[in-house]
Design a protein around this ligand. Structure first.
Ligand code: BES
Ligand code: ZN
Ligand code: ZN
Length: 493
């Protein structure tokens, strides 16, 4: 889908169809020309309502407010409604009152995210007839915004949403087609297409050399051998160093603590953290962010077999700590323990891990919300703030000294599960905390994306399946850092 910015009033733009987002519940706004028909057709403009009038080639989509995420949902609902219609082009105005870039960006994001479909395994692919959307520089109040700033905002929105869509592709791909080595190959190819991005791939031999005993144990039973993947975006004169660590379980069967069949389905999504981390690099490079950004991915398969790691085993992690295995299904934290230790060698200013880590996080927050954990309140607050703007839902979950004690082991330094079944999302994060060195405690954030990473029903502009959770919130967070930097420079001048 092409998104074009046109420097004309909406009524002067030629297109097969017009999309109108109905923010005005009184239907008085001048773009709402068919208000007389609404009553008869029962259109009230309530949340998620869409009215398609083919005789006048217009589609009206309710929009709750001028908040960016309402814009994303509304434009995506409109596109869904005309998906099967025979329009080649559509036009839409700018829905903003004061700050054009944000809502122009949201409009582009809603279009790109909302028109995603994953049809790799379908023999018949639905071809979308809509090829281009023309966005007018005329806004809701009748003002015309600068062509350049609108174009810039649209371009940014496309980059962020495309990175999210590519992250969805990887997660939706089957475990057969996306093994650790295939994921590594994908990352290598991705790096070749991006400016200032390098790729390093470590195989099993490398993991052994690095003494990553926890990571290796998880990967042991699979014939598909593990990989450590590092993508590094290094622009000239980088101002800060960010490291994103992603859980890359290309399949999680649970291992010998085997998952019940119903819970095993969808576990191809256990590589969502990894996919998010890789595509944050894609967006960072395309947006030319002024930071060094690294993605470190621990890719492995958690399987059963004669040489599988077992409950009762004691593992030695890269940091030297010993871990008692009491449940092989708590494998993500084992892989992350070694990857986080490795990541700290890069001396990050900020260290963030993304992982579909616990079912407990989904129980606590519901399917749509990411759990944010860490020691630094300011940092947690800043990522929550950026996430909100990006449209991703988050909530913070608090650490406490009592939960920490539940990970004690009588035979090793720590157990891989808590002795209590309550507070599982937090105890998993507290397990990871054991592998964060003192100097990085306040620079570390843990994002449990187990809920939103993969939802089997569509929601808002997200299709059933992968959502690319984590990409948008982290990229917005990085962008907010970049803007802060720009503003402090301005103040100094
Ligand atoms: N990959 C799962 C967590 C998960 C659950 C992700 C549901 C997405 C949806 C993780 O490896 C796991 O199995 N965790 C266990 C931990 C338990 C054994 C302490 C869980 O959450 O049940
Ligand atoms: Zn598991
Ligand atoms: Zn897992």
């Amino acid at each position: 889908m092409k998104i074009e910015v046109v420097n004309k009033a909406i009524k002067n733009i030629k297109a097969d169809c017009e999309i109108i987002l109905v923010v005005d519940k009184n239907f008085e706004h001048k773009w709402i020309e068919d208000r007389d028909k609404f009553k008869k057709l029962g259109f009230k403009g309530e949340e998620d309502e869409v009215l398609f009038l083919p005789e006048v080639d217009r589609v009206y989509s309710a929009c709750s407010s001028f908040e960016p995420d309402d814009i994303r949902v509304s434009i995506s609902n409109a596109l869904k409604c005309i998906k099967k219609a025979d329009y080649k082009s559509a036009k839409v105005g700018l829905y903003t009152k004061k700050c054009p870039p944000i809502n122009a960006r949201a409009l582009a994001e809603g279009i790109v995210l909302g028109s995603y479909s994953f049809d790799k395994y379908k023999s018949k692919r639905d071809k979308l007839s809509l090829k281009s959307i023309k966005v007018s520089t005329e806004d809701y109040s009748g003002n015309t915004y600068s062509l350049d700033s609108t174009k810039k905002a649209i371009k940014e929105g496309i980059i962020i949403a495309e990175a999210t869509n590519r992250a969805k592709d990887i997660v939706n791909t089957t475990p057969f087609d996306m093994t650790p080595s295939k994921l590594a190959e994908y990352a290598k190819n991705l790096s070749k297409k991006l400016d200032n991005v390098e790729c390093f791939i470590g195989d099993e031999k490398f993991l052994k050399k690095e003494k990553m005993g926890a990571f290796l144990a998880v990967a042991k039973a699979s014939t598909n051998k593990p990989r450590l993947i590092r993508l590094s975006y290094k622009p000239k004169n980088a101002k800060k160093r960010f490291v994103f660590v992603g859980k890359g379980l290309t399949y999680d069967s649970g291992g010998l603590s085997l998952k019940p069949s119903d819970y095993m389905v969808t576990m191809k999504s256990d590589k969502s953290g990894a996919s998010a981390a890789l595509h944050i690099i894609k967006a960072a490079s395309e947006l030319k962010l002024p930071f060094e950004v690294h993605a470190i991915v621990g890719a492995a398969e958690n399987m059963i077999g004669g040489n599988a790691y077992k409950p009762d085993d004691v593992l030695k992690a890269r940091s030297g700590k010993t871990i008692e295995v009491r449940n092989t299904d708590a494998e993500g934290r084992l892989v992350l323990a070694d990857c986080l230790d490795f990541a700290q060698d890069l001396k990050p200013d900020y260290l963030v891990d993304l992982a579909t880590l616990t079912g407990a996080c989904v129980v606590a927050l519901g399917e749509y919300t990411t759990g944010i954990m860490g020691h630094n309140s300011k940092l947690k607050h800043s990522i929550s703030f950026s996430a909100k703007k990006s449209g991703e839902l988050t909530s913070t979950l608090p650490f406490n000294r009592y939960l920490k004690k539940l990970l004690k082991s009588s035979i090793a330094d720590i157990s891989n599960i808590s002795i209590s079944r309550y507070g599982g999302a937090i105890t998993a994060a507290l397990f990871l905390d054991n592998f964060i060195k003192d100097e990085y405690k306040d620079r570390w954030l843990h994002l449990d994306i187990a809920g939103p990473a993969f939802v089997e029903k569509e929601w808002g502009y997200n299709q059933a399946g992968a959502s690319g959770a984590g990409v948008r919130m982290c990229v917005y967070w990085l962008k907010d850092f970049a803007n802060k930097l720009k503003n402090t420079h301005k103040e100094v001048k």
